[in-house]
Design a protein around this ligand. Structure first.
Ligand code: TPP
Ligand code: MG
Length: 70
């Protein structure tokens, strides 16, 4: 988590002619959303696709599956 979004800028700066797209969950994205400032500062024009389900869905799924009360 948090890795793709922050590494995306570095990929774009290393290969500026290539399109760089990051896919992230909402929890993943917010873990390193401050990296937006770094991207703007260095002119790393990249695209982020955020899958927003309003939760740490993976954690919720495992908790529901492994606790009697859900
Ligand atoms: C650095 C880090 N912290 C915590 C976790 C544990 N973790 C695995 S999935 C997850 C929730 C991810 O939420 P989101 O990005 O919104 O994706 P979703 O499960 O909702 O599709 C967490 C906290 C992790 N994998 N990496
Ligand atoms: Mg989510």
């Amino acid at each position: 988590m948090g890795y793709g979004f922050s590494r995306r800028h570095r990929a774009k700066l290393a290969e500026p002619a290539r399109e760089v797209i990051c896919f992230a969950g909402d929890g993943d994205f917010l873990m390193t959303a401050n990296e937006l400032a770094t991207a703007v500062q260095y002119g790393a024009n990249v695209v982020a696709v955020v899958v927003d389900n309003g939760s740490y869905g993976t954690i919720r799924m495992h908790r529901s599956a492994n606790t009697p009360a859900g």
